[in-house]
Design a protein around this ligand. Structure first.
Ligand code: PLP
Length: 433
């Protein structure tokens, strides 16, 4: 038989040569390996919701188990109706069932939108791990805008205007991906900030892909969409993975405004030739999730309380140890910046994100992801912590019946989420050692 080495050398698409597995999945493997060796690891690496799927949604899936037909490529009509009213109810924006697209996770829809849209992709950093590799795989031109700790890692209208006006052809096709509450920082935008960004985007006719997958996990239930201020140019991305704890179910949604119907139709054509349709039982079950109701509301309010209390404990603990970190508004992430300790760390041989995270894992037993995974430079001394190492079902049971106005005590948190608290304490002890 002839060896296949020649094939191997020349036939791999240039855009994917040298690519490795997504950083978050790689850290999961490393944690598993360390645990197998008997080491204790606080797993703040992978951003998976710790909460179970709400019971009415699980019941919906049970009932729909026998659904076996292919569904329309854009998604089950009842689901598209439910998602449209979800956006109207929660985000105060008009959504159109015929301009909704249901996909096997919003990640897949993001890949397809970057494939069909033939323009430049603008990414404020730090940003979610997959935007950049996706744009690279497809071969899109990418323009990054690096935000700073001082602006809470947020894109400001001035910074955006500056970046958009710098090129000669300021009407060229561009798509900005904006994610809030943010992965990796947990920070979100105020309505004033969204309004200011919307004005700039409208002026330069830039499309915004508004990744609102953590919207329902805004701690105070105050998520607002930029679509309120820039309806004609905003695609809202959402899904079941985060607020509904169903990452493994693989269901995401895109909601398009009428002006962007051409993009919706082009994506549906590609979808029809690729994933065809999302699993039928999952779509039927998702109708229950997006229709909401008292059980889901109560689930969300308990989940938000637990997350907010954990975030507050974590921020206070890290700050006491001299680490710079912003209080998040939602989701389950922190993006602490260790640069105030740079001299001390350098004396310990820690001068970049990779050595920082390796040392945190080996010495403090905490798995984190370096800033470089989020589009920052290799030297960046910020890292993402996903504070999800706890039993979400137990946490929901523990807060059941505690009046809303009563803050969750540290002793309750320590009882229910000991690994998050211990992991934060371990980082603080590592920092001051
Ligand atoms: N966007 C952000 C910011 C995320 O954190 C994730 C998942 O981690 C996704 C999109 C993709 O979610 P899914 O494909 O599960 O809908």
């Amino acid at each position: 038989m002839r060896p296949m080495n020649i094939q191997k050398l020349v036939s791999l698409n240039l855009n994917v040569r040298g690519m490795s597995q997504s950083a978050t999945l790689a850290i999961k493997d490393r944690c598993r390996a360390l645990r197998a060796e008997g080491k204790e690891v606080f797993d703040f690496g992978l951003g998976q919701s710790p909460f179970p799927v709400p019971e009415p949604v699980v019941a919906g899936l049970r009932e729909a188990a026998a659904q076996k037909d292919y569904l329309p490529v854009k998604g089950l009509p009842a689901l598209r109706e439910a998602v449209a009213s979800f956006h109207q109810r929660n985000d105060g924006v008009e959504a159109h069932p015929e301009l909704l697209l249901v996909g096997p996770g919003s990640k897949e829809l993001m890949f397809i939108v970057q494939l069909v849209y033939y323009g430049e992709i603008i990414l404020p950093t730090p940003c979610w791990v997959s935007y950049l590799p996706q744009a690279r795989i497809i071969g899109r031109r990418i323009s990054m805008i690096h935000t700073t700790y001082e602006t809470q890692w947020k894109l400001t209208a001035d910074r955006l205007k500056d970046a958009l006006s710098r090129v000669n052809d300021d009407r060229r096709p561009r798509l900005l991906i904006l994610n809030y509450p943010s992965n990796p920082t947990g920070v979100s935008y105020t309505q004033e900030e969204l309004k200011a960004l919307a004005e700039v985007l409208r002026r330069y006719e830039v499309i915004v892909l508004s990744d609102e997958i953590y919207g329902q996990l805004h701690f105070r239930g105050q998520h607002a969409s930029i679509a309120r201020y820039y309806p004609e140019g905003t695609i809202i991305s959402s899904g079941l993975s985060k607020w509904c704890g169903a990452g493994g179910w693989r269901l995401g949604t895109f909601s398009f405004p009428p002006d962007l119907d051409w993009l919706c139709h082009a994506m549906a054509s590609v979808a029809s030739e690729t994933f065809t349709t999302v699993s039928a039982p999952i779509q039927h079950a998702a109708v229950h999730a997006f229709n909401g109701g008292p059980t889901i509301q109560s689930y969300l309010s308990k989940a938000r309380r637990v997350l907010e209390a954990l975030a507050s404990y974590s921020v206070a603990t890290l700050r006491r140890a001299g680490i710079a970190v912003h209080q998040p508004d939602g989701a389950f992430y922190l993006f602490p910046d260790f640069s105030p300790l740079a001299d001390k760390l350098a004396a310990r041989g820690i001068t970049d994100g990779r050595t920082l995270c390796t040392d945190l894992l080996e010495r403090a037993g905490v798995a984190t992801l370096p800033g470089a995974a989020f589009g920052r430079s290799r030297n960046c001394l910020a890292a993402r912590l996903a504070f999800v190492d706890f039993d979400g079902a137990e946490a929901l049971r523990a807060v059941q019946g505690i009046p809303d106005e009563q803050p969750l005590s540290e002793s309750l948190l320590r009882q229910v989420c000991p690994r998050v608290m211990d992991g934060m304490d371990a980082i603080a002890a590592w920092a001051v050692s």
